[in-house]
Design a protein around this ligand. Structure first.
Ligand SMILES: Nc1ncnc2c1ncn2[C@@H]1O[C@H](COP(=O)(O)OP(=O)(O)O)[C@@H](O)[C@H]1O
Ligand SMILES: [Mg+2]
Length: 354
């Protein structure tokens, strides 16, 4: 970290009431690099980048670009300085089209400046999406009708449309499929090669190792250090993040699962998933893992009784659940809770017995 860094954040502190989210953090990054920021949940990653993007006010510290102190008191200030951010929470206007969201505040006008040149606008929005490798969008569609991954891509396109000098991506991969992630990485490298600083936050370390030029680790609101991926392996990075090794984080489990309470046999729903079988015992935590679109949510919805299923069997505490009107699950204490990031469709989901 030299004084000549393109971006310097010096002595950044922030607390939310009793929580000290950041404690005198010194962070530097260069133009033309992909700089990953990693750390456990609650380490302060989002707070740090939100301060840089003018979305959160810092309590102390200063921000310098090219050695000059700058003030980023609002996202608009940040945009003027070329700092754009894509957060876990989206900022799209649901009833407006993809075009309007991407070109917000910079719509092309006709001969008189209150007249929007829609043809040019749609073409521009389409161009931006194509250029960054996101295909198959109808830019006239209101974003409320898009899936969560597609909303994420529009959000990214909107940031890229601002021609960022600093692009912040806060956990962008959480909702993207493998294919979409590849396009995103291509875009990130393209921007880096055009001298953009890309700040990439992720909890998936394999991604971080793949895309980052440098990695900064935060822990409990403090900066632990900055490393290059060539100098470190995943185990040691995790040790920096949590201060313990993997064996210590995941000690052998001692819980003794009890009787079977849920049994799912050859569960199928036409067009959604086929022949899913598993069982769950009392005291057990079962993970349902898969990429976006693989059918996790749809299985969960059938279990919960929100959707009918077409074949197979669900037995809850020994009793069969009716495939057409599966409300019995709810009566018997099955609860569904999911994160719904300002969209029509649930993103990640959690299923727990109530
Ligand atoms: N708006 C907020 N109000 C209160 N506490 C917050 C708020 N945002 C974040 N925090 C707290 O600040 C700490 C750092 O959060 P955050 O920056 O979101 O961490 P990360 O992104 O690394 O998971 C956490 O303890 C979190 O609970
Ligand atoms: Mg975060």
């Amino acid at each position: 970290m030299s004084d000549a860094s393109f971006l310097r954040m010096r002595g950044i502190s922030k607390s939310y009431r009793v929580t000290q989210a950041l404690r005198a953090v010194d962070f530097s990054a260069d133009a033309g690099e992909v700089h990953a920021i990693v750390g456990e949940n609650g380490a302060g990653k989002s707070t740090l980048v939100k301060i840089l993007a003018g979305a959160v006010a810092r309590d102390a510290g200063e921000i310098l670009l090219d050695g000059e102190p700058v003030s980023v008191d609002s996202p608009l200030h940040a945009h003027r300085l070329g700092i754009y951010a894509v957060y876990q929470e989206f900022s799209l206007v649901p009833h407006l089209s993809i075009t309007e969201n991407i070109l917000m505040g910079q719509m092309p006008t006709g001969r008189v400046d209150w007249w929007v040149n829609w043809r040019a606008a749609h073409r521009q929005a389409q161009d931006i999406l194509e250029r960054i490798g996101f295909h198959g969008f109808n830019v006239r569609t209101p974003v409320a009708r898009l899936s969560v991954p597609h909303q994420q891509m529009v959000e990214i396109a909107k940031a890229v449309a601002g021609r960022p000098r600093i692009l912040i991506l806060d956990e962008p991969s959480a909702v993207l499929s493998q294919e979409e992630l590849k396009s995103l990485f291509r875009l990130i490298r393209q921007l880096r090669d055009q001298s953009t600083l890309v700040l990439y936050i992720s909890h998936r370390l394999d991604e971080v190792f793949e895309v980052a030029d440098r990695i900064t680790v935060l822990k409990d609101g403090e900066l632990v250090g900055t490393v290059r991926p060539q100098e470190i392996d995943e185990d040691r990075l995790i040790k920096m993040m949590v201060g313990r090794t993997l064996d210590e984080i995941y000690p052998p489990r001692r819980s003794q699962p009890g009787a079977e309470i849920l049994s799912v046999r050859n569960l199928s729903k036409a067009g959604a998933f086929e022949e899913i079988s598993f069982s769950l015992a009392r005291g057990e935590i079962l993970g349902l893992f898969g990429l976006v679109g693989s059918g996790r949510t749809q299985v969960a919805r059938c279990l919960f009784g929100a959707d009918p299923f077409t074949a197979g069997e669900i037995r809850l505490k020994g009793e069969a659940v009716s495939p057409q009107a599966p409300t019995g699950c709810r009566r018997r204490g099955c609860r569904l809770s999911h994160r719904r990031p300002q969209a029509e469709r649930p993103g990640d989901e959690l299923l727990g017995p109530g």
